[in-house]
Design a protein around this ligand. Sequence first.
Ligand code: OGA
Ligand code: MN
Length: 214
Amino acid sequence: MQSLIIPTDPAQDYFPTIVESIVKQGYVVLNQVFDVDYLTRLLKQLKALDSREFNRAGIGREDTFQKNVFVRSDEIHWLSGEENFLTRYNQWVEALRLYVNRHLFLGLYEYESMFAHYPVGAFYKKHLDAFKAGINRRLSTVLYLNPQWGPQDGGQLVMYDKESDQVLCEVLPVFGRMILFLSEEFPHEVLPASRSRYSLTGWYRVNEGFNPAR
Ligand code: OGA
Ligand code: MN
């Protein structure tokens, strides 16, 4: 009988590290989960998305939606999850969801994602990713897609300690780097950059009705 072998994405090798770091410090920064060839194709396809479908990012959800340029000035394109060129990324995301649920019991239920573009000078002031009304985002992911990015270009993600407000780390958005962090635990901000800054950003959410600790 022929055996069916489903090859595993080598990018899944990072799952144990991700879980260990989340347990230890609540976040993890990884420099090269996906190979450069794949990321290059990804960036090209994301950039080809219809620019008319980019929205000035809003704060809050539908009923409290407002375009607040004082808080953030990036442009976002929501992804449907059906984009063909995102199949590998989305499979990785889904495999990680199952892995994290198996090891951390977070009850992650679904994933929403967007392609974000920060034009020159754009920023996002200090905030938490979990919405105030109906806090259902549990794990944030940001994959940076900026070739040849250096400290002189700015655009750092600054992560803060929720209690002490001390800076925990500054993350330069270099090509292929990825950060994952517990959405409710880390206030963070994006500093202005001197070049266009791109990322594929997403959130694992729990089911609206699933709120074990509340
Ligand atoms: C966000 C965000 C961080 C980054 O979109 O909520 O905080 O580094 N992004 O782009
Ligand atoms: Mn954020």
